[in-house]
Design a protein around this ligand. Sequence first.
Ligand SMILES: C[S@@+](CC[C@H](N)C(=O)[O-])C[C@H]1O[C@@H](n2cnc3c(N)ncnc32)[C@H](O)[C@@H]1O
Length: 257
Amino acid sequence: MDDRLKEASAYYDGVVRETSNLAVTVGRGEDDLEKSEFIWQDIKSKLRFERAGRVLDIGCGYGEVTKLLLRHATDLELKVQLVDVPGVIDAIAENFSALLPPDAKLVPGLFPHDFADLIASGETFDYIIVYSVVHCSDEPRRIVDAAAKLLAPGGKLLVGDLPNIDKKGRFLSTEFGRRFEADYRGLPVDEVPSYSDYRDYVSRGLRQEENRVICDEFVFKLLEDYRSQGFDAFVLDQDERLPFSFTREDLLLIRGL
Ligand SMILES: C[S@@+](CC[C@H](N)C(=O)[O-])C[C@H]1O[C@@H](n2cnc3c(N)ncnc32)[C@H](O)[C@@H]1O
């Protein structure tokens, strides 16, 4: 397992015991809680859930979006399987029990490392959500590829909330982006670096600890590889009301029927 994933899983395993703010428990800001409904609506509009089916949520998180999925699962005729680290799964079992449909399954573990049996079993899912997760690993492609193998014919995989470093660079090299960043960090604008273009940001950006594997090349390669394997593959933007919509994007993969 890579170091980034080790660190992230230890962090999320513990944070659920340290705060009751269900935005902070999933890595968002304290004030982002009310935006969870927009995130859920955005996910729903991208996956559409036209048909009843099985949903696998990998890295579901102990947060409001999981609550919303559980709350709507029965109406949408979705049979839900949630995957996350043990602390997160325990917190869901303990605190969301009233929302859990009787056929929901909670599975602790790190994907794909602890899921060899599931992957080998031939079990498939109609909808797979991997939202705000793959940047927790230095091997994001491994997660996407393993998840795509679990798609049923016609099944949809949403790899959401990708912090594409080139997209962030494009945003921060605009004047609007610079002002937004200053406001977000509580800094005067002249303390936020000015970038000539996205390449300039990528080479000397503010946050060097970001996962630099997630970039245009990563996204384009996924589109190319999956389309050449017969999938439909799309890059989708986010509703502006989402917490990081200016710097993140989503990828939707659909297996052919
Ligand atoms: C940023 S939070 C996002 C949670 C939720 N998907 C959301 O968007 O509200 C990331 C979650 O993914 C989990 N996670 C990260 N990598 C994972 C992996 N490889 N397998 C299972 N869970 C993972 C973390 O434990 C954490 O709960």
